[in-house]
Ligand binder design. Structure first.
Ligand code: FDA
Length: 389
């Protein structure tokens, strides 16, 4: 074995581990990925028709308040000053999201002050006062009142889950943010922006080291290739960022995910919707939102007469689909605990990333979590011989 460590999966979690092991610890690293490109879900590519950078696995906006992560990522890329905003088309009218004073005043055709709006929403949310909401519908009403919930949340959530919100557990939402100012920045973080030269350039810089080898189109469970599970486990430290249930051959059952189908269209215009993300919360359309990626980079010299859009359709993932968002039913949580037990006993393998831990992680969280694994597991192992697990 020519490698000191093998990383399974080249998403942000895996690449952060690989980069730190090579450049900070001087280890020889092998990264394998079953896809034919690095970067996991953050990967982007140039649309062949328009030349516009498209985020292949859904819109990816970088944002963080974590100083360490921000310093770390700036080693590999600079960021544009892009600030993310989302709009939503309800009943033929466009509103700013997340719900803020602008949304409220537009919706109620009013000019409420922050205090007046707060009092109105509190009154409307009081409809179910004293009751413990048993489903998502009641929870939504008790958080922001029926009018706003039914306009902006109810059917959107129903489309996301392909399930009537009355049949979804209240736990699907813990809070629905309402801002009593006109601030409609989508993220609250200290830092945000998009990588100046695109995600793929950023990701490639992370693995640009003579101590990192990358093997693509290589599945860790494919025994016909040399770097598979049975050949490696126990022989070399492994950081595994694939699905945790797959690693244990689904012995405690498959964990449930939601997935998204994307359709790509080329409307005959240079600007289809005037913004990057437009939500469609009503039932008159099957899709949940439309992404127009040209708006992620207004600073770029994109063609003025062409554009590309992606419509997003949400559904439960079946075998072979891309797992995007963990469903997290009580059954899933029971299964996850069983897998965590197995993972704790699997010597020489560290499980990480969104698939390896079955949780939604933003990019900054995946990177921050990988930096912690380097600090808490890999450095003690390399410097002091502490067992790798
Ligand atoms: P990731 O899934 O990226 O990488 C895992 C890798 O492991 C994949 O490349 C996969 O091919 C590989 N793999 C799996 N099984 C394997 C096997 N058996 N053998 C070899 N390789 C294997 N975040 C954010 O900050 N802002 C945003 O706007 C968004 N937007 C967004 C939209 C959508 C639709 C999704 C689903 C997610 C986001 N994210 C996001 C989250 C972001 O995608 C996430 O933080 C990173 O993907 C996490 O990186 P990981 O390395 O954990 O997983």
């Amino acid at each position: 074995m020519n490698y000191d460590i093998v990383v399974v999966g080249s998403g942000f979690f895996g690449l952060t581990i690989a980069e730190r092991c090579a450049n900070e610890l001087g280890l020889k690293v092998l990264v394998i990925d079953k896809r034919d490109h690095i970067g996991g879900n953050a990967y982007s590519e140039t649309d062949p028709v328009t030349g516009i950078e498209v985020h292949t696995y859904g819109a990816h906006l970088f944002h963080t308040s974590n100083e360490r992560v921000w310093r770390y990522v700036n080693r590999f890329t600079s960021f544009t000053p892009y600030v993310h905003h989302v709009y939503t088309t309800h009943d033929g009218v466009v509103y700013p999201m997340p719900i803020n004073l602008g949304t409220i005043n537009q919706f109620f055709h009013a000019s409420y002050t922050p205090d007046e709006a707060r009092a109105l929403i509190a009154e409307q949310a009081g409809e179910l006062a004293g009751q413990d909401p048993q489903n998502l519908n009641d929870k939504g009403i008790s958080l922001i009142g029926r009018p706003l919930y039914e306009a902006f949340i109810k059917d959107y959530t129903g489309k996301q889950w392909q399930t009537d919100p009355k049949d979804l557990p209240a736990s699907v939402i813990s809070r629905l943010p309402v801002r009593y100012t006109y601030d409609n920045r989508y993220f609250n973080d200290t830092y945000e922006g998009l990588p100046t030269h695109g995600y793929t350039a950023w990701l490639e810089t992370m693995v640009d080291s003579p101590d990192i080898d990358v093997l693509l189109s290589t599945d860790f469970f494919d025994e016909s290739q040399p770097y598979h599970r049975a050949a490696l486990v126990g022989r070399v430290p492994i950081v595994y960022t694939g699905p945790i249930d797959r690693y244990f051959d689904y012995s405690a059952g498959a964990l449930a995910w939601r997935t998204i189908d994307f359709t790509t269209e080329y409307p005959e215009t240079g600007d289809f919707q005037g913004t990057a993300v437009m939500n469609y919360p009503d039932l008159d359309r099957d899709y949940t939102r439309i992404i127009e990626p040209r708006h992620f980079h207004p600073e770029r010299d994109y063609p003025a007469d062409k554009t590309v859009i992606m419509k997003e359709y949400s559904r439960f993932a079946e075998e072979g689909d891309e797992p995007y968002y963990p469903v997290g039913t009580p059954e899933d949580r029971r299964r996850l605990l069983a897998y965590r037990d197995l993972a704790a006993r699997e010597e020489g393998v560290v499980f990480g990333g969104r698939l390896g831990t079955y949780q939604y992680l933003d990019m900054h969280a995946a990177i921050g979590s990988a930096l912690s694994v380097v600090d808490n597991v890999i450095v003690p192992h390399v410097r002091d011989g502490v067992p790798f697990d």
